[in-house]
Write a protein that binds this ligand. Structure first.
Ligand code: NAP
Length: 322
């Protein structure tokens, strides 16, 4: 029987799917292993189901051993994996696209609404027992209807956020390297990044984290945005220069923001913690029971296919081997 290691205990049907084809060893259901414990756990595995916080690099691959055939990330993002190192060793990498699109889009839209309508601020005000009264000028936010929703990366998740925006009466514009297959049905126009920044009322980030998108949004880009604009990030923290965002929010360069992801998780830039005009949630984009079950199941299906020598359902295409 092959050895399958899941670096965290998987939910739903995944354990059953994996137990049918191999000996399964799992990390904890909650909490994290130290690097040392992780490397000891994965030693000898034929396939590893990894989490987005596991750094899969040469050190990790050496620790697993030369029998390794597949890394099945339980996430759609794979910025934690050194794809070239895997390709050099003939290790197949898979991810979990599609099954988390709606959950993540729902969370992105929740952040858009929370920031636009000042929900966090209102909650804090009431819970602090501070005096308040209805007034024409009290806690005034911004409409969504009639505004432009700018999407960076109109892919699986970005297109679902755009569809929600359309239902709220927003016009859709986007930036990505190529034309999006979703653009026509969303009547979305493609703009260069600077024009998208300058004309969007809400800007929502949905590109992967790559060397190209690291700090895609920094002080220069924030300065191009409208002072009434909202910035939402459910992609990866490092797509935004976090200190620059804290400064822009403090100085009123943009109106507000909603963040699910942070540059140095679980740390959050202290400048953000002091501000009323930013909604902060702890990387819960795909965190629903149904979606986590589906992600784990898809990762398990990928593992089974790799062990059977078949094409896995959702491979990450490797870079050219150097
Ligand atoms: P996807 O379907 O592959 O879409 C990614 C989009 O980004 C594509 O439209 C792509 O278009 C665009 N893109 C890629 N490189 C770009 C660049 N350099 N500049 C501008 N646009 C670029 O991926 P997805 O499933 O929607 O997931 C997107 C990301 O969301 C993941 O990589 C992950 O990091 C993050 N995520 C976060 C959570 C959470 O819990 N917060 C949950 C799921 C996913 P082009 O190729 O044409 O550029």
């Amino acid at each position: 029987m092959p050895t399958i290691v899941t670096t965290a205990a998987l939910p739903g049907r995944a354990p059953e799917i994996l137990a049918a084809v191999g000996d399964v060893r799992s990390g904890p259901a909650s909490g994290r292993l130290s690097r040392e414990e992780l490397l000891a756990l994965v030693a000898g595995a034929d396939v590893v189901a990894s989490m987005l916080y596991d750094r899969v690099d040469d050190e990790f691959l050496d620790a697993v051993g030369p029998q390794l055939r597949g890394i099945c990330n339980v996430a759609v993002g794979f910025d934690n994996i050194d794809l070239a190192a895997c390709a050099r060793r003939g290790v197949v990498v898979t991810n979990t696209p599609g099954v988390l699109d709606d959950a993540t889009a729902d969370l992105a839209f929740a952040l858009i609404l929370a920031a636009r309508r000042r929900l966090g601020e209102g909650e804090r005000l009431i819970r602090a027992g501070r005096p308040w009264a209805w007034g024409l000028d009290f806690m005034v936010g911004h409409d969504l209807r009639g505004g432009r929703l700018g999407i960076v990366g109109l892919g699986g998740i970005g297109s679902r956020v755009a569809a929600r925006g359309r239902a709220f009466g927003m016009e859709i514009a986007y930036f990505s390297r190529g034309d999006s297959p979703h653009a026509a049905e969303l009547e979305a126009i493609r703009l260069d990044l600077d024009e998208l920044l300058a004309t969007s009322d809400v800007l929502s980030l949905h590109s992967p984290l790559t060397p190209e998108t690291q700090h895609l949004i920094g002080a220069r880009e924030l300065a191009l945005m409208k002072p009434t604009a909202t910035l939402v990030n459910t992609a990866r923290g490092a797509v935004i220069d976090e200190p620059a965002l804290a400064e822009a929010l403090r100085d009123g360069v943009i109106a507000n923001a909603g963040l699910d992801v942070f540059e140095h998780e679980p740390d959050v830039h202290p400048g953000l913690l002091e501000l009323e005009n930013v909604v902060l949630v702890p990387h819960i984009g795909s965190s629903t029971t149904e979606t986590r079950d589906a992600m784990a199941e898809l990762a398990a299906d990928n593992a089974v296919a790799i062990l059977r020598g078949e094409d896995p359902p959702t491979p990450v295409h490797p870079p050219a081997v150097d």
